[in-house]
Design a protein. Structure first.
Length: 259
């Protein structure tokens, strides 16, 4: 536990010094507020700068609060997710490649503590960013469109955080398994492209970790979904398995550190 605390403080200091705990939450806050504001003022924006023909009118649909939060989730699933997993995909292998990991590996450390220190910091950053992003989105959604049930909103955010833990765990596992370029490549293929595949042909299956984000937002409609709990449980089980694989490869590839 003492080893984990020391390594966790090291990772936390590095993240603070690189301002990740500043710009990452700001990115999610920006993504969160963009949809409620843009959708609400879209008609005014088009009339002001759209250069539309005289007499041409646009009738936009009336959005419910859940629709706006779904749109914000889509923003998180694209830009926010890519940035998060790319950061996670370089946390372990980058230290091995530039030689800084040598100063850690020469000491009698626990590879589980080493892996969990990085896992804890990236997920602290991820969960904080998601909570602030959804909080900003809900604030403007409540002002412009109306409110949702608070308990359902909390459940939605918590469920989405489980998905984010799953995503960063996969990225960190690839970071332990491969070099930086390969880990980022596999991460982008499995996660962001996986989200795209899910949105295109996901109707052919009902239980998948990639469906958890959509199921989370559906909680706001208070409609029963028999697949939600199964998907949530599967996501948690897969996350635990990927953590174990990541620890094993962190130990196995320690010998590849450059001197």
């Amino acid at each position: 536990m003492r080893t984990f605390a020391v390594l966790f403080q090291k990772e936390l200091r590095e993240s603070w010094r690189s301002f990740k705990f500043l710009w990452m939450p700001l990115l999610f806050i920006f993504l969160g507020i963009s949809d409620p504001i843009m959708n609400y003022y879209m008609e005014d924006i088009l009339n002001a700068v759209g250069n539309l023909p005289e007499g041409f009118t646009i009738t936009l649909p009336d959005y419910a609060p859940a629709d706006i939060l779904l749109a914000s989730t889509g923003q998180f699933q694209s830009i926010g997710l890519i940035v998060l997993v790319v950061i996670a995909a370089g946390m372990i292998n980058r230290e091995r490649q530039n030689g800084t990991a040598l100063f850690i590996y020469v000491r009698p450390i626990s590879f589980a503590a080493l892996y969990f220190s990085k896992w804890a910091v990236i997920n602290l950053l991820a969960v904080l960013s998601v909570i602030l992003g959804y909080g900003a989105s809900m604030y403007y959604t409540a002002i412009l469109y109306g409110t949702v049930e608070p308990l359902l909103f909390i459940q939605m955010v918590a469920s989405y955080c489980v998905w984010i833990l799953f995503a960063t765990t996969i990225a960190l596992m690839f970071s332990a398994m491969f070099k930086t370029a390969l880990s980022i490549t596999f991460t982008v293929i499995v996660l962001p492209i996986g989200v795209l595949v899910q949105s295109l042909i996901g109707q052919f299956w009902n239980v998948s970790p990639w469906k958890l984000a959509d199921y989370s937002v559906q909680l706001l409609t208070q409609s029963e979904n028999e697949y939600y709990l199964k998907t949530l449980l599967l996501t948690i089980i897969c996350t635990v398995i990927f953590i174990l694989i990541g620890i094993l490869f962190t130990r196995k590839n320690a010998s590849s550190v450059k001197v």
